[in-house]
Ligand binder design. Sequence first.
Ligand code: BTN
Length: 274
Amino acid sequence: MQVDWQGPDAVLQLLSRSGWLRSIRWVPEVDSTNRLAKSLADQADRPTPMLIVAKSQTQGRGRLGRSWFSDSGTLTFSLMLAAPQLAADRTRWPQLALVAGLAVCDVVGEVVEPVAVQLKWPNDVYLAGGKVAGVLIETAGHDNDHVVIGIGLNVATDLSKAPAEVQQRARSIRDYADHPVETFAVLPEIIDRIAVRIADWRTDSAAIANDFSKVCLLRGRRVAIDTAGQTLEGACLGIDGDGALRVRRDDGEVVEVRSGEVVRWSDEVEVHDG
Ligand code: BTN
């Protein structure tokens, strides 16, 4: 395995143990771990799965061209995979956003138990009504044959220093766990869960849909979704086997949404047959 690491020794030891990662890199400061990972996609000496972890990220990128706020308590990393680690059918690669979200949800749930952790489709992890983690999936390489999974997780993020808009909608694990949590301590467990979930997903995406349904924040709620410049409203029925969000419009038609942003959802669960 290729290792370039100046982070905590205990974290490196755990990361090395699983044998899944082929390259591990710690960067003291970087603009964006996703950008750095993408720049390495076609380098033969960079074996995948490759993990890049930043101690500090200065220009974190979010979905839909947004920026991602982080401080020294935020876990920011990217995992790059190449075709041999992925499903043969490329149209399924975007489902990795759900796969990664589920892995993060599993681990955060264990840390903050008994507080519930849920997933807001497609890949935001929610804790106590706010976003605690986000996932950004990008393709990379000349032939777009790599996938970069970027994850930002507010482990010990001090949200009082964040912009007002972030303070309002974000959550940090440290405010919900009943014990102190080190920023990088949860990383090995997240990587292990991602490895297991990817192995399952490659053979059976329906299993992901089942697990997603159990922690789906939107299921049964009225939702409004911005999709291709239009707003779709209706009752959310959960996701289908391909990872699309199923929405029943008021005229009764069920629509499958493959990409979009859920901009509003009701406080209460209103539909119990979803
Ligand atoms: C989102 O919720 O919009 C996705 C946020 C993803 C942020 C992470 S932090 C590590 C990786 N590098 C980036 O520039 N972005 C992702």
